[in-house]
Design a protein around this ligand. Structure first.
Ligand SMILES: Cc1ncc(COP(=O)(O)O)c(C=O)c1O
Length: 393
C-alpha cells in the first residue's frame, strides 16, 4: 500500500462541503475545517481506479446492481464482523439518513414518540421532528468519562408507549462501541415491550484495538426480527459524495413495507458509480482501511496527549471507535456562541459545536481526527492557544 496519509489532499474549490464553506459558515476563508465527518485522505486506490474507468465510459445511463455487489457486502460482514447476512435481506437507499427518515415515517405514528440516546448525531432529531413525531430522549449517562445507557429510563419510555428506537452503534459523538452485553440488555427490553430498533451502524468498521463491534441484529433471531440495520460503505472508505447506502432486514414484513415505500419514492435506482465503488471498497481495500485507521489511532493518541499537556481544562472522552473526538469544554464556562467565537474568531478552527447533538452536548465540541497529522497539530495548537488566551488553563 502506497498511500501517504501525511499528505493533504487539497479539496478547496472542488465543491467540498467541508472545505468550501468556511467563509459562509464560519466567517473566514482561513478557518481550518475539522467538523463534518468526511476524511481528508484520498479514497482507496482500488475505488479511485474503478471510478475513473466508469467515468471513461463516457455515457452515464441508468445502471443496474449485479450479484457481485450484494456478494461484496455479504462477504465483508462475514469476514470482518462474523455476521451472516442473506443477500435477500439487503435493500438500497441513497443515504443512511434517508433510511432513518423512512423508518420513522413507516414504523411510528404521527405525533408518536421515537427514542434516541442523546447527545447524538443531529439528523436523528431532524428525521423524527420533520416527520411530525416526538423525540423521546434517553440521555446517556457519563460514567467516569464514558457514556453508558440508562436502562431504567429507557424502560420508562417504552412503558410510556414508545415503539420505535433509533440506535447509534457505534455511537456518534461519544465514540462508544457498545459491548455485546450492553446491546443484549437493550435487546431484551425491546423484545419485552415490542419496540422496533433502527440500528445505524455506519461507523461499524472504525473500531480501535480492544473493541469489537457487535451488529445488533446478530444477537439472536428474535432480536434480528425487530431490527432494521442501516449501513453504508461511505464512512469506512470516505465515499459519502457517491451517495449510496443499504439496509439489512431479515423480518419479511418490515422489509416489504420499506421496499414498497422506497419504490413509491423511486429511491431504489442504482447510480453509475456507486455499485462498482462498493465492490472495490469491500473486496479490494481492506489494507487501506487498516492502515488508515492505524493512522487515525496515532492521531487520537497525539490529540489526547496534546490536550492534556496544553489545554488541561478541556477533557476529551476517550473513544472506543470512530474518527471523532468529543471534548468536554464546560470548564471554559462558555455558552454555544462563546465556544463558536473561541473556535472561529480566536482559534481559526471549525470543530462541531456540541449543542447540535442535543442539550446534553452544550459546552462540548467534536473534532474530526481523519486528517493529516500536520493539520491536526495546527488545529490543536491554535485551539489550545485560544483557550489559554481566554485564561481558562
Ligand atoms: C451515525 C451517522 N449516521 C449517518 C451518517 C450519514 O450517513 P449518510 O451520509 O449515508 O446519510 C453519519 C455521518 O457522519 C453518522 O455519523
Amino acid at each position: 500500500m502506497t498511500v501517504n496519509f501525511d499528505e493533504l489532499l487539497d479539496r478547496r474549490n472542488t465543491r467540498s462541503y467541508k472545505w468550501d464553506q468556511s467563509a459562509k459558515m464560519f466567517g473566514s476563508e482561513d478557518i481550518l475545517p475539522l467538523w463534518v465527518a468526511d476524511m481528508d485522505f484520498p479514497s482507496p486506490p482500488a475505488v479511485q481506479e474503478i471510478v475513473k474507468r466508469r467515468a471513461e465510459i463516457g455515457a452515464y445511463g441508468y445502471a443496474i446492481r449485479t450479484d457481485d455487489y450484494a456478494e461484496s457486502i455479504v462477504n465483508w460482514f462475514r469476514r470482518r464482523h462474523n455476521w451472516t447476512i442473506d443477500a435477500a435481506w439487503l435493500g438500497d437507499t441513497p443515504s443512511v439518513v434517508t433510511s432513518l427518515s423512512l423508518c420513522v415515517e413507516q414504523f411510528s405514528e404521527p405525533g408518536g414518540q421515537v427514542v434516541l440516546q442523546s447527545p447524538v448525531y443531529y439528523p436523528f432529531y431532524d428525521v423524527i421532528e420533520s416527520n411530525g413525531r416526538q423525540v423521546a430522549k434517553n440521555p446517556l449517562v457519563n460514567h467516569n468519562g464514558r457514556y453508558e445507557m440508562d436502562y431504567d429510563h429507557l424502560e420508562s419510555l417504552f412503558k410510556g408507549g414508545a415503539k420505535l428506537m433509533l440506535l447509534c452503534s457505534p455511537h456518534n459523538p461519544g465514540g462508544r462501541v457498545w459491548e455485546k452485553e450492553e446491546l443484549l440488555k437493550l435487546g431484551e427490553l425491546c423484545l419485552r415491550y415490542g419496540v422496533t430498533v433502527v440500528s445505524d451502524e455506519i461507523h461499524c468498521d472504525l473500531t480501535f484495538p480492544g473493541h469489537t463491534h457487535t451488529p445488533f441484529a446478530s444477537l439472536s433471531p428474535e432480536i434480528a426480527d425487530l431490527t432494521i440495520t442501516t449501513l453504508s460503505v461511505t464512512k469506512t472508505f470516505n465515499l459519502p459524495g457517491l451517495v449510496t447506502s443499504f439496509l439489512v432486514i431479515s423480518n419479511k414484513d418490515i422489509k416489504a413495507k420499506l421496499d414498497k415505500r422506497i419504490h413509491t419514492l423511486s429511491l431504489h435506482m442504482a447510480s453509475h458509480f456507486a455499485q462498482d465503488a462498493v465492490v472495490a471498497a469491500y473486496n479490494d481495500s481492506e489494507d487501506w482501511l487498516d492502515e488508515m485507521f492505524a493512522y487515525v489511532k496515532n492521531n487520537l493518541d497525539y490529540a489526547l496527549n496534546y490536550l492534556q499537556e496544553n489545554a488541561p481544562a478541556v477533557k476529551p472522552m476517550k473513544p472506543d471507535g470512530t474518527y471523532l473526538l468529543w471534548i468536554d469544554c464546560r470548564a471554559l464556562e462558555k455558552d454555544k456562541d462563546g465556544l463558536k467565537q473561541l473556535m472561529y474568531q480566536q482559534a481559526k478552527v471549525a470543530f462541531n459545536e456540541g449543542s447540535v447533538f442535543g442539550s446534553e452536548g452544550e459546552g462540548w465540541l467534536r473534532i474530526n481526527l481523519a486528517c493529516p497529522r500536520f493539520i491536526l497539530e495546527k488545529a490543536l495548537k491554535q485551539f489550545a492557544d485560544a483557550v489559554n488566551a481566554a485564561g481558562a488553563v
